[in-house]
Design a protein around this ligand. Structure first.
Ligand SMILES: [Zn+2]
Length: 457
């Protein structure tokens, strides 16, 4: 999943969904980290801690790139809404920092006050990675005293193991287990030391109240009814943890501004791939490019029907909503702005919503152009014969990203295991993101071959 925002973006490697460690999510943003393994190994072995030069080399793997979007012709009402959305998006940064590790916020404050060359180099890499681990070097820590990146993020009680939590989950009633396994709860210790379930609306109460207020101000400014409806519903969801209705409103957006805002990706929860991290992509729609891709939405049922898998996994009626939006990113924050930037994403991740309504694909065109120019072409010039380089074109690259995202929305969503209703995510746990990304890549190639042979691509 997912570069733009902030004027200068850092574009690394080839992109295809996958937030490197998690990319196109299930909502997977397509990101890709095609790294030099030599460099990675060098950094990883540069222990104990990198100095100024090593920190700079690590940061320079990401190429600063101007990212622009055309806001000309946007009326004052929408510009005002956009400004409020950017303010709301900024609230996602501290939330994401806290969700990925309990110690990150204190480190950020400390680094921000450190004016030495070493302190500034550390701060730069910290901001690029949204934490004290180099995401392009197998999460090597680059600050003193920092532990390995916790696989549990900051979603589970300190000191607990995955086995402790699994055992506790097995003692819960089906209803309580569903709450404990929700995308939108953390697990903490109660006053007696026992595990307890805390909804996001309580855990992150202060920030979410501020974000909801700003979303409502944006809703009050826009003159686009669908955008107003989504923003009001999403603001309510931040405060009551019920995201389903606003997910549907998000899929129905047909507006010039297309914000993605809230807890979505589960990559930071490497125990269960279940807890959603906060992010925001504030984007403006490229209507012309969106129109060109419309026809692909109608192909999904035929592709689902033809998937090379057993019939019992097939969905005879996939969700009716399958919008594809080509957008230009204006700003991104939180999980959407760490490490390798997102190329595209498919959301929501909630299997119930996907099964009932479908999912939406968002392709970040200005980011993808930057990735193409700054990484794909330079790599092609090194990796393939000179007379083939001219065949490396943006449109096929973009189509491949599109196919990857489309494939996230088909295939098994809800399954039955030993008579019990479940999801591939719940069964595959910590490997579910990786397998889902592999599925999207492989099935995407399968779909492209099929559409080409049918003369549709
Ligand atoms: Zn993906």
């Amino acid at each position: 999943m997912f570069v733009p925002r902030r004027g200068l973006q850092r574009i690394p490697s080839l992109a295809t969904c996958m937030t490197p460690a998690g990319g196109v999510k299930r909502g997977r943003p397509m990101r890709s980290a095609l790294l030099s393994s030599v460099l990675t190994a060098a950094l990883a072995s540069a222990a104990p801690l990198p100095g100024v030069l090593e920190l700079k080399a690590a940061a320079d793997q990401l190429v600063p790139t101007p990212i622009t979007a055309d806001l000309g012709g946007m009326p004052a009402s929408e510009r005002k809404a956009l400004a409020r959305l950017l303010q709301a998006a900024r609230v996602m940064d501290p939330l994401f920092l806290r969700q990925s590790w309990a110690g990150s916020e204190a480190w950020l404050v400390k680094l921000a006050r450190d004016t030495t060359p070493l302190g500034q180099a550390r701060l730069r890499l910290f901001l690029l990675n949204q934490g004290p681990w180099d995401r392009l070097a197998h999460y090597a820590p680059f600050l003193p005293g920092v532990p390995p990146k916790p696989a549990s993020g900051n979603f589970y009680p300190a000191g607990a193991t995955k086995e402790d939590v699994s055992r506790w989950l097995s003692t819960l009633s089906p209803e309580e287990r569903a709450r404990a396994s929700s995308f939108f709860t953390t697990i903490r210790r109660g006053p007696n030391g026992a595990f307890t379930i805390v909804p996001y609306s309580l855990e992150y109460q202060g920030e979410l109240a501020r974000a909801a207020g700003l979303l409502r101000e944006a809703a009050g400014s826009t003159e686009q009814p669908a955008l107003r409806s989504f923003l009001e519903k999403r603001a309510a969801a931040l405060l009551n943890d019920d995201y389903a209705e606003s997910d549907v409103a998000w899929m129905q957006l047909d507006t010039s501004i297309d914000p993605t805002f809230g807890p979505y990706e589960t990559y930071e929860d490497e125990w269960f791939n279940q807890k959603a991290a906060f992010e925001a992509f504030i984007t403006v729609v490229d209507a012309k490019e969106t129109e060109k891709l419309k026809r692909f939405s109608s192909q999904l049922q035929a592709l689902e029907n033809a998937l090379p898998m057993e019939d019992r996994y097939r969905n005879p009626k996939i969700g009716a909503l399958a919008p594809i939006r080509v957008v230009n990113s204006v700003f991104a924050a939180g999980d959407a702005n760490r490490g390798v930037q997102t190329a595209a994403y498919n959301l929501p991740n909630d299997e119930r919503t996907v099964a009932a309504h479908g999912s939406k694909r968002v392709l970040l065109r200005n980011m993808d152009l930057a990735k193409f120019e700054k990484t794909l072409v330079p790599i092609a010039k090194i990796a393939i014969a000179p007379d083939l380089v001219r065949s490396v074109q943006f449109d096929p690259f973009f189509t491949q990203i599109l196919m990857h995202e489309l494939m996230h929305g088909i295939g098994p969503q809800r399954i039955v295991v030993n008579g019990r209703e479940s999801t591939p995510r719940a069964e595959l746990q910590e490997v579910s993101s990786t397998i889902e990304e592999c599925k999207a890549d492989v099935v995407g190639i399968w779909a492209m071959q099929r559409l080409v042979s049918q003369g549709q691509l």
